[in-house]
Design a protein around this ligand. Sequence first.
Ligand code: SF4
Ligand code: SF4
Length: 191
Amino acid sequence: MDEERRCGACSLCCTVLRVDELRKLGGVPCPELAAPGQGCGIHATRPGICRRYRCLWLQGRLDEADRPDRLGAVLDLVSEAGMPRLAIREAEPGAYDASPRLQEIAARFRETMMVRISDQADVLDADSAYRVLLPGGAEHLVEGDRTTLRHPDGRVEVQRLRWIERLVRRAILAVRRLRIRRWPRHETRER
Ligand code: SF4
Ligand code: SF4
């Protein structure tokens, strides 16, 4: 880990990520952000989750030049069902496809784990699409309860969640909506 790294002028996670303590949705600039490039306006009293958060770059696991605001995405290693995966959260839709460097990083991680690519989708949007790059070259596009699997040889398979999985998914989304529906919307982006 590179202890010397500092966020500097980057504050991308303060927009891209959800902060439950502040009732802030992902993709919405935090209302506590100071002027552009000046970081957190409540640095001394910021929530614990903000204090603890260190993106992959800040951990020293990406090259110096790959700071998220330059890269156009916030990258993390997350665990899903006990398996590590690289999460790429784009600052703008299409950032991954437009960035050879992001694709290069994804290709390196993809050799050993799945890579999930999403944009700053509103968490209330149940059908917000995301992609999962699989080792070996296949790719999942997940849209709502439908998954399109693209094989490296060009074959395409469309699958739908089983009814019980759809039911569970709807229940989870309903609870999530209920929990955050009164959150302030702050300044929302055009999507
Ligand atoms: S995205 Fe990483 S480098 Fe940028 S502000 Fe957040 S933790 Fe710091
Ligand atoms: S409280 Fe500060 S560190 Fe936390 S998301 Fe807001 S601006 Fe970023």
